[in-house]
Write a protein of this length. Structure first.
Length: 122
């Protein structure tokens, strides 16, 4: 297990949904459910609380990657509203569902790198 706690390392391991401490074990047991203890190294990943940061950063990211560039295309103002919604909403949903666990992992990786720990009483 590597002891280097750089922020870049924590963000990278978290983004790829790996344990921030070892980079080997899975960070999530289900879609967004954090594995309390890493099965590879035994690190307590349940101590890092992501709370509202992942949805906020995901909305910010998806908004800049999809909504911003989409406004430059002419079809937004010329197509019927049902067509615009029918083509853009699935893309927004797919991007949001793709990025949300990765952003949550990156937030947890940042907490690991910064040494942020949450008391067990909360």
């Amino acid at each position: 297990m590597q002891t280097d706690r750089s922020i870049a390392l924590g963000l990278r391991r978290g983004f790829f949904t790996r344990c921030p401490a070892c980079g080997e074990g899975a960070l999530f047991g289900k879609y967004l459910k954090v594995e309390p203890t890493c099965k590879a190294c035994g690190h307590n990943n349940g101590q890092y609380r992501a709370d509202d940061a992942p949805p906020y950063f995901t909305i910010l990211l998806v908004g800049h990657l999809i909504i911003g560039p989409m406004l430059a295309f002419n079809f937004i103002s010329t197509w019927p509203l049902a067509w615009v919604l029918g083509t853009t909403l699935p893309a927004l949903l797919a991007a949001t569902l793709f990025f949300l666990p990765r952003v949550k992992g990156a937030v947890i990786g940042f907490h690991w790198a910064a040494g942020v720990e949450t008391p067990a009483e909360i």
